[in-house]
Each structure stands twice: as structure tokens, then as C-alpha cells.
Ligand binder design. Sequence first.
Ligand code: FAD
Length: 427
Amino acid sequence: MSTHQTQNPELAVVIGGGIVGVCCALYLQREGFQVTLVDPAAPGDSTAKWSCGQMAVSEVIPLSKPGILKKIPSWLLDQKGPLALRPSALPSMLPWFLRFVACARHSKIVEIAEAMTSLTENVYDDYAPLLEACADKTLLGQRPILEVFDSPTGISHEMPHLELRSSLGFKSEILDARAIGDLEPALAGKFRHGLLFPDWRAVSDTEGFIAALTQSFVDQGGVRVRDQVKRIDELADRASGVTLASGDRLPAQQVVVAAGTGSRQFFAQLGASIPLAGIAGYQALLPNPGVEIRHSVIYADGGFCFSPMTRGLQIGGTIEFAGPNAEPNFKRADIILEKAKRILPELQTGDFEYGVGYRPFLPDTKPVIDRSSRLANVFMAFGHGQLGLTLGATTGRLIADLIAGRTPAQDLGPFRANRFSFIGGLA
Ligand SMILES: Cc1cc2nc3c(=O)[nH]c(=O)nc-3n(C[C@H](O)[C@H](O)[C@H](O)COP(=O)(O)OP(=O)(O)OC[C@H]3O[C@@H](n4cnc5c(N)ncnc54)[C@H](O)[C@@H]3O)c2cc1C
């Protein structure tokens, strides 16, 4: 990675200061660009604040697993389940769903898992230089992640996926009741079947993680502007900068769109037709839970995760297809708390905060990392679904490669924006 500085550095604007945007900004800064990062929200106050904080490096199997079609009626009927589809969302989400379901073929799952692995196998190397430049050296935790199941059936259902992950170089260990209790005393006697993912790590202050990366960017000469980008300014077939809601104009030689679900606003200018949906996930944060959970623990059958955070115990996850512009339904967070209390009756739930995040999801679970076909100096970095925290730094490195004119070490073919323009959207 070159870190050359020039007398008159080129100007770059990154639209969106979530985890993906800040990592793009940091990697462009390392290339010698003078970078401005634009976001109306405070640093850290983005979707990943309400994530589970996991560097889920082997979570490469797409959400559309085999048998998904059969499950859709139950999602519609059971709004308390881990996966829910609001009936009102069905008409607007139908085209998205058809593409999603088409990804449930075994051959497609393997293809997607291989493509995602080409990104996730680099996660720690790509974060390393960014984290080294931060004052706090403990931003990324060292503990692995556990997954627990109500019965052995859960693990046997996962077995084909574990085998695929193993063939891609990822590790997992089967845990019995004793091993679960040793690792997580609060869960002793409650679960007899579990998995350990030794190569996953967790961030315990998701808001602070992004805020610290943003501070490091500013300390190294970057500028963060709190405003919204209204449009990309154009001159012939290139961007000349961006115009903000305040009316201010920021000139730029390079522009990166990394605005999560907000990226949709720019699709016409990007010349892209991309089925990007915002899939809701809910969290309940207990500042004083009265129970110690040491690792991030996925409770597969409940569809949620216990995440020990510096600000308390966060309990959440779930997947809700609610459609665009839907109001959050915090009853889903109540349901998660109810289920968590059944597992841990001693949980103190009197004091809590609810949060919601909208995962920017494409039907094939892969992000878009590409150059605009319409504006040659505009780049796309969005659609990271359930893996944006994990893939932030890798995406930043790849965007910097594209902008610098280097051929990236990873094949970016699977992450092209135009993959949805072919018949069926799945070529
Ligand atoms: C419940 C839940 C659990 C999750 N758990 C995990 C996990 O364990 N591990 C993991 O890797 N991922 C996880 N995720 C997914 C992860 O949070 C997302 O993939 C990630 O946050 C996406 O990052 P992003 O930067 O692309 O988008 P965002 O975080 O949404 O950031 C986009 C930013 O762009 C800004 N913006 C939008 N429009 C404009 C505009 N016009 N001008 C300027 N700025 C704009 C927004 O204000 C926002 O700050 C989880 C998500 C949820 C909801």
C-alpha cells in the first residue's frame, strides 16, 4: 500500500460515514488523497451501532438457504419468529424476493460463499493498519463467538454449511454442555449443543469503533462534514463534486458512494438499477443486565444474539422484511427480550433502550464494489447486508485499488453493480 503525499493532493469525497464509508475514507487517505467524508449523523451513529459487533468471517453462506420458499408462508403468519415478512411489504418486495429465492440453489450458494470468502479471508489484515493508527488498541476484542442450539437437530441442519465453510478454510468446533458451561457459566445447564467459531472476533463498542476510526481519519488530516449530499455534480461523463443539503459544494476528482440504504438516492446518477433493500434488525440494550455474558453468543433457534457491549448487554438480531419507509416495530425487540428471559430468568430488564438498524441487503447477499458505468470517477461501496462491520476495511482497500488504477488482488466480478441487469438478475 503506497502512502505517497503530494504538494496538491487530489480531492476525494466519500458519501456516508458509516463503517464502510469511514474505511473507504481511511484507505483513500493512505493513497495520498485529501478526503472529505460527508454524513448528516454523528460519527458512530449509523447502522453498525445496532449490529451484533461480530467479525463474522465465515458467515459467507447467503441468507437464502435451501428450503427458503417453503418457509415464506410461516414468516407471514408468525410475526414473532426470527424471520418475519410484513404482509404490507410483500408487493414492493416481491421482485427482490424472487431474486432472493433464486439464490437458494446449491450451486449458487457455493458460488456466493466462494466469492464472499475472497473478501472475508482478508478482514483482519485489512483492518490492521487502520486499527494500528487509532489511539485505543483494544477496539477489536480477541474472544471467539459461540452459537447455541435447543437440540442436536440445529447442528445437523448446519452440517452441510459447516462442511462448506471448512472446505473454504474456516474453523468450527462442536461444543457439548460442559464446554458451553465452561466458556459461558451463565448458560451452564441451559444448552447441550453448540458451536465455537474460533476465527470470529467481536467489537464491544460498535459506536465507539466507528467514532475512533473517524477520529483517526480527522487526526490524519481528513475532514468530516455533518451534512447530507443532495446530488453528485456532473461535468460531461464525470463527477465534479457534490452539492450538500446546505447548498455548499464540495469539488472532487473522485467520489465514493458508501451511504448504506441511502445509496439508493444516487442510483439514477450512477446509471445503476440495483435491488437494494433495507432489512430491519432490532436490539434491546440492558445497561444493568444482572448477568455476565462473556462472549458474543448466537442463539440460533431464537434468531437473536447476546452481545456483551461496553454499554451493557445487547440482545437482538432478527430479520424483518418490512418494505421501504416502514416505521420500526419495536414489538419485535419486546419479543426478543421475552425469549431471552426464558433462557436467563435472572435477566434485569427494567432498564433498557431499544435500537433498530436497516441492513443494506442485495438479494444475493453480496455487496456492490464497483465503478459507476455512467460517471467514470464515481465508485460504489454499499449493500453489505449482515456483514458491513466485517467487510468495512476490505471494501475500503478494494475501492482504493480501483481509484488508484491497480488491479485488486481479489476478482471483483461477483460484486459488479450490473449483475442484476441480466435476465433473472443472477448471472
Ligand atoms: C441487528 C443487526 C445486527 C448486525 N450484526 C452485524 C454483525 O455482527 N457483523 C457485521 O459485520 N455486520 C452486522 N450487521 C450489518 C452492519 O451493521 C451493516 O452491514 C453495516 O452497518 C452497513 O454499513 P454501511 O456503512 O454500508 O451503511 P450504514 O451503516 O447504514 O451507513 C451509511 C451512512 O450513510 C449516511 N447517509 C445516507 N444517505 C446519505 C447522504 N445522502 N449523504 C450523506 N450521508 C448519507 C447515513 O447517515 C449513514 O450514517 C448488523 C446489522 C443489524 C441491523
